[in-house]
Write a protein that binds this ligand. Structure first.
Ligand SMILES: Cc1cc2nc3c(=O)[nH]c(=O)nc-3n(C[C@H](O)[C@H](O)[C@H](O)COP(=O)(O)OP(=O)(O)OC[C@H]3O[C@@H](n4cnc5c(N)ncnc54)[C@H](O)[C@@H]3O)c2cc1C
Length: 159
């Protein structure tokens, strides 16, 4: 894992909610496919997935990318202080009460493994050499949200 976090357009942040190494490896593949810098919470560092110099938060790096994608991140204050300057925040979490949803532009209440797989399939199938822009990624999340949640719970966007 290399690459400057301060100049990164897209940051994918791994949290404990990824649950296992297989999902973590999927997150690495997705990051490669969408040209995101990979980072993590303190929990992901403690699990040995992410090196300490890529932890985001009070005791880690503070970043301001165009797009932050939190994967199984709860969003404690210790973490949020490091990423709240992101222009757009996507949160994927199974817990509707996860604090990160309070600051997310798009909150996806779902299993992170499923969402990452859909993301991977969408962009690797299109053209493996084409890396999506921030706008294309936002469109994916808006569409994913609308397709999977709108009919059940009404619009959740804008949280
Ligand atoms: C002094 C101090 C400084 C700290 N500094 C930092 C810091 O700089 N950065 C930092 O990150 N932390 C820091 N921490 C730790 C911080 O308090 C949290 O413990 C940590 O951020 C939690 O990481 P997490 O969100 O990955 O894990 P958790 O809080 O355990 O959250 C995991 C989330 O994953 C969700 N989830 C579970 N299964 C799934 C699934 N299948 N799909 C989707 N979601 C799922 C859960 O609902 C949960 O919300 C600090 C703590 C202290 C005391």
């Amino acid at each position: 894992m290399t690459g400057d976090l301060q100049t990164a357009e897209v940051i994918l942040c791994c949290g404990r909610g990824l649950q296992n190494k297989s999902n973590f490896h999927l997150a690495l593949q997705v990051a490669d496919c969408i040209q995101a810098q990979i980072t993590g919470t303190r929990a992901a560092v403690d699990l040995g997935w992410i090196p300490a110099n890529r932890e985001i938060g009070l005791s880690g790096a503070r970043v301001a990318p165009q797009l932050y994608i939190g994967c199984g991140v709860s969003g404690t204050n210790f973490h949020i202080i490091g990423m709240k300057q992101a222009k757009k925040i996507i949160a994927i979490n199974t817990d509707p009460l996860a604090p990160i949803f309070q600051i997310a532009d798009i909150g996806i209440e779902a299993d992170v493994g499923k969402v990452l797989l859909a993301l991977m399939n969408t962009f690797s199938e299109k053209n493996p050499l084409h890396h999506p822009s921030v706008d294309e990624l936002l469109t994916f999340f808006v569409d994913y949200h609308a397709t999977n949640f709108e009919k059940i719970r009404g619009s959740l966007s804008g949280r």
